[in-house]
Write a protein that binds this ligand. Structure first.
Ligand code: SAM
Ligand code: SF4
Length: 507
């Protein structure tokens, strides 16, 4: 027997649908179109791919020089790199990609954790276990008190300083919820071994927002606003995102970074969910997006993400995707992205297993996550346990702790940076683009990386990690003495104060 909904339930349902209907603001798409056309020219991309199938090694080497000069590549140049098959030339591309990364970002790797606050979602993306039609998903939205408990673990036990806060699209996690939860996160301060811990930068991964909502996020003090287009290939996009959902609107999503820029959110992160369509097409389209943002706003993407489709609970679509990207293709696409958009940050996630992360990170990645939990409430409630499949958005490949990842990075010669100074000192948007292209951003970052790494080792590092980490710090301090003599004394002052328990000192 079905029970007829009561009046209150009916009103609730009506509110829900009216919220969905009001989401897309057509005028906030149309104003950015060029003569009614969007910036993804699929025919142009296909043509460029078809015309560059036999790369001449001399041309490839010229293109590599352009990447080394930190210049964005053209579509044809990128298509040429995408078609390189010769193993020696590929190895050369990988070496140059690594060199570009060091030139722009030095030997630093930034770490972060994703924090999922809710898995209520009105959309129905075929590949995601949070989709509305998945009746096996256990829906949950965190309260302020539950969020505080998550942060106590993230900032007080693991030692993260940066989060990517992730929201489903739903009236319950609307802009008011976002703003209030970001405030809650910022307010938590936790006593640690020698000082105190706090989340100092919140990036946000959410559904596309309107200009007015993005202004509110800007005022809330977010770092990067991240939205992945998932696939730039429109027929595929329409196949995997049902037309009767908000996410079904390709252009509303495609232009969300234009709206962000207009709202003053000038650190934006773009990405593709690799495996939905041909990976070469998607790399070219990511480049088109970067070029469009550079052309229209003078600011390219702060980060590019390249998640691959992973298995997800009760989600048959991901069992055998037609365009699955194998490991070799994945390494190549990361290499080419690094070379094509040399100034951008590149995010490698714990979707990938530890072995592959070791191989892919040196190809030019700048950020990675660790101690990752992607079930709602997972940090506080299941910190030492495996996450049950039916609670996660998808299945992770690498669940190692931050301490393990930091130690491994230090052994490989990287310094883990917990620096969050950039956006707090106004080094965002055009300013950071200039600093990155000229290699100057590295100077501030080197100093801040050492100070924040010292903080983290003293507050959270295991004995083993401290031992390896201190070798890295010693070497880095020598480099500061040699390369930045003008700030060396002041830097040493900050470093000693940090060792004594002062926190959050930065350049
Ligand atoms: N709901 C928002 C949206 O769709 O933009 C935000 C977050 S969603 C939880 C974050 C990202 O996870 C998506 O943009 C998508 O790229 C990725 N994702 C979803 N399902 C996935 C899967 N099965 N494997 C790997 N990544 C997945
Ligand atoms: Fe919802 Fe995002 Fe998952 Fe799509 S990917 S179902 S929008 S949470």
């Amino acid at each position: 027997m079905t029970i007829a909904p009561c009046k209150k339930e009916k009103r609730h349902e009506a509110d829900h649908y009216s919220w969905i209907k009001r989401r897309i603001k057509t005028e906030q798409i149309e104003k950015y179109l060029d003569n009614g056309k969007c910036f993804i020219d699929s025919i142009g991309i296909e043509r460029s791919l078809a015309e560059n199938t036999h790369p001449d090694p001399r041309r490839v080497r010229d293109i590599l020089q352009k990447s080394l000069a930190v210049e964005t590549l053209t579509l044809d140049e990128t298509a040429c790199l995408l078609h390189v098959e010769d193993p020696e030339l590929l190895a050369e591309m990988q070496r140059v990609a690594a060199e570009v990364k060091v030139k722009v970002y030095d030997n630093r790797i930034v770490t972060f954790a994703p924090l999922y606050l809710s898995n209520f979602c009105v959309n129905d993306c075929l590949y995601c276990s949070f989709r509305r039609s998945n009746d096996q998903a256990r829906r949950r939205i965190l309260t302020n008190e539950e969020i505080r408990r998550e942060i106590e673990v993230l900032a007080g036990v693991i030692g993260h300083k940066r989060l990517i806060v992730v929201y489903g699209e739903h009236p319950r996690s609307d802009i008011d919820y976002m703003v209030s939860t970001l405030q809650t996160i910022a307010d938590v301060k936790v006593k640690t071994r020698k000082g105190w811990g706090q989340i100092r930068r919140c990036n946000v991964n959410a559904a596309p927002l309107s200009i007015e909502e993005l202004r509110l996020l800007k005022d809330a003090g977010i770092g990067t606003f991240q939205v992945f287009q998932e696939t730039y290939h429109r027929p595929t996009y329409e196949k995997v995102h049902p037309a009767d959902t908000i996410k079904g609107d390709y252009l509303w999503r495609l232009y969300c970074m234009h709206r962000a820029m207009e709202a003053g959110v000038d650190d934006v992160g773009i990405g593709v969910l690799f495996g939905l369509y041909d990976w070469k097409f998607e790399v070219m389209a990511l480049l088109c997006h970067a070029i469009e943002l550079e052309d229209k706003f003078g600011i390219g993407p702060h980060t590019i993400s390249f998640p691959r489709l992973e298995p997800a609970g009760n989600t048959p679509f991901v069992e055998n995707p037609e365009h699955r990207v194998n490991d070799e293709a994945f390494k190549k696409l990361v290499t080419v992205l690094r070379l094509a958009v040399p100034y951008t940050g590149m995010i490698l996630t714990a979707r990938e297993n530890a072995r592959l992360r070791r191989e892919v990170l040196p190809l030019g990645c700048t950020q990675t996550d660790a101690s990752t939990k992607i079930d709602i409430g997972g940090y506080a409630e299941r910190i030492d346990e495996n996450q049950p499949d039916e609670r996660q958005q998808f299945i992770l490949g690498d669940t190692r702790s931050l301490d393990d990842v930091v130690r491994e990075l230090a052994e490989a010669g990287y310094i883990t940076s917990f620096c969050t100074a950039g956006y707090r000192c106004g080094r965002t948007g055009q300013k950071i683009m200039k600093l990155l292209r000229s290699g100057k951003e590295g100077q501030y970052c080197k100093l801040n990386a050492i100070i924040t790494f010292r903080e983290w080792l003293d507050d959270f590092g295991s004995e083993q990690t401290i031992a390896v980490g201190e070798n890295v710090i010693e070497r880095e301090i020598e480099q500061v003495k040699e390369r930045l003599p003008g700030v060396y004394e002041q830097f040493l002052g900050y470093y000693e104060k940090t060792k004594a328990g002062n926190r959050d000192l930065y350049f």
